[in-house]
Design a protein around this ligand. Structure first.
Ligand code: NBP
Length: 486
């Protein structure tokens, strides 16, 4: 194969890499591929990529020689150290002005570091989120690129060509921001995905245990839900899951062990929320719910010891209850996205990035796992007011929450009555009530902190920023602790 003939090189031929290559090939790009285990290159060329113009390479050197200049090398390898090792490996065959793209789920701080380190070597680095799983990668993912802005013009055309498109043809890919911005947005996307999944699971358990609904009934219900406000990829696949039967004819769903896995992006989102002091409670609860599910043996033992309430729902409440649960899911989802956007606002400030909030909603609108009609409403809210402080304050969201609020509460009340855990529904409601409360009990909290540790407090009758200490017992000294927030 002629040197310098390929448009882009891709390293990492697992599920995401292979499918992205085939997607690029469909759009007329000539792709050179390389994989650590080189037999996978041959297997790919002889099977999935047979009959395409994909070119195989058996070394990083060979791969780089095949590329047009400036060379574009995309990595789709396991996140973490492997990315650093692979960058190091290809770097020897690149020259100034070439572009490296990391399309894996890298931690944004790693991307910050890599963008800077590679810029010093004259290499333009992009860290991009790619969402949509196997099918998205193959037929149109959501792509969230960040990194060195000088690299964007070199990859824009190819990325926007292979990305999913919304109804009017707009690609679900645009420049997110510098350094790790793209990976941060992808991380929050994954965190929100954890939340969406948890909410659907809570609706399922509440209706299964509360009403004894069958898999067929769930199939019908989720199919119906998918025609309305909850229209989304995750609701759609949930409907399909309930229709799937095992070889013995029983619903597949009942054969699956109830212990959840996770690969870290939800945890990273929750950690970042804690670092930035943002109450992203629903994603946090969703991560913890997975951790609790993983304690299967302990739960089985505890189920024999610890009792729940005996109350069961009567069947006459069925239709109304299903609607309450649907509304609870919708309201909780609004809170979850509002929390996710709070996190984006906070990181933007901390990192000095400029994030286009409406643009991010558009990128998530198609191709990715959280794609939904609802993201169109979020885009509209930010189009109306790009500086919107909180999604819940937009008319569309506040009126929906006000309209469905009582149903949401009833669903949570019933969950408590019948002893079904709904951590995400409940934390969303608690956040909603906290966020709309003018005076929270933090006055007492501050008094306690000042009582035991002289941590000081602000007063309602004095300007903000002035701190006071009370000698609560008459025994303390006059010295107070330094006032700062960690
Ligand atoms: P994996 O995350 O399973 O990574 C497999 C690839 O990494 C293979 O090409 C493998 O080469 C390579 N690799 C490993 Br593992 N260790 C290596 C090393 N020490 N040196 C060089 N290469 C090494 O693949 P994936 O599921 O396709 O995901 C790729 C990236 O995209 C990940 O960051 C993932 O988090 C992200 N992502 C995945 C999905 C999804 O749905 N799967 C969705 C969105 C994003 P080998 O063949 O020689 O072992």
């Amino acid at each position: 194969m002629a040197e310098g003939s390929c448009d882009i090189g891709l390293v990492g031929l697992a599920v995401m890499g292979q499918n992205l290559v085939l997607n690029m090939n469909d759009h007329g790009y000539k792709v050179a591929v390389f994989n650590r285990t080189t037999s996978k290159v041959d297997e790919f060329l002889n099977h999935e990529a047979k009959g395409t113009q994909v070119v195989g390479a058996h070394s990083a050197d060979e791969l780089c020689k095949l590329l047009k200049r400036p060379r574009r090398v995309m990595l789709m390898v396991k996140a973490g150290e492997v990315v650093d090792q692979t960058i190091e490996h290809v770097l020897s065959y690149l020259e100034e002005g070439d572009i490296i793209i990391d399309g894996g789920n890298s931690l944004y701080t790693d991307t910050n570091r890599r963008t800077k380190a590679l810029a010093e070597k004259g290499i333009l680095f992009i860290g991009t989120g790619v969402s949509g799983g196997e099918e998205g990668a193959r037929f149109g993912p959501s792509i969230m690129p960040g990194g060195n802005p000088a690299a964007w013009p070199h990859v824009k055309e190819i990325f926007q060509a292979i990305a999913a498109k919304v109804e009017d043809g707009t690609p679900c890919c645009d420049w997110v921001g510098q350094d790790g911005a793209g990976h941060y947005v992808k991380m929050v996307h994954n965190g929100i995905e954890y939340g969406d999944i948890q909410l659907i699971c809570e609706a399922y358990q509440l209706l299964k245990d509360g009403l004894g609904m069958t898999a067929d009934e769930f199939h019908e219900m989720f199919s119906e839900w998918n025609k309305g406000e909850l229209d989304s990829y995750l609701i759609e696949i949930t409907a399909e899951i309930f229709a799937k039967k095992d070889e013995d004819g029983h619903p597949m769903i009942d054969k699956i062990l109830d212990t959840a896995g996770q690969k870290g992006t939800g945890k990273w989102t929750a950690i970042s929320a804690l670092d930035l002091g943002q109450p992203v409670t629903l994603i946090g609860e969703s991560v913890f719910a997975r951790c609790l599910s993983a304690l299967k043996d302990e739960r089985v033992a505890a189920s024999k010891v610890l009792q729940g309430p005996m109350k069961v729902l009567t069947i006459s409440e069925k239709k109304e209850f299903i609607e309450d649960v649907r509304r609870a899911l919708y309201c909780s989802k609004m809170v979850s996205y509002a929390q996710g956007y709070m996190l984006l606002r906070a990181i933007e400030k901390e990192q000095n990035w400029e994030l286009n909030m409406g643009g991010i909603a558009l990128m998530w609108r198609g191709g990715c796992i959280i794609r939904s009609v609802f993201l169109g409403n979020i885009k509209a809210a930010f189009d109306k007011n790009p500086k919107l402080q909180n999604l819940l304050l937009d008319d569309f969201f506040s009126s929906a929450l006000n309209k469905y609020g009582w149903s949401w509460r009833k669903a949570v009340i019933h969950a408590i009555e019948i002893g079904v855990p709904t951590p995400a529904f409940s934390t969303a409601l608690a956040f909603f009530d906290g966020y709309r409360t003018e005076r929270l009990p933090a006055n007492l909290l501050q008094a306690q902190r000042d009582f035991f540790g002289a941590h000081t407090y602000e007063r309602v009758d004095k300007p903000r920023g002035q701190f006071f200490h009370t000698n609560w017992t008459g025994r303390g000294g006059r010295v107070s602790s330094t006032t700062y927030n960690a």
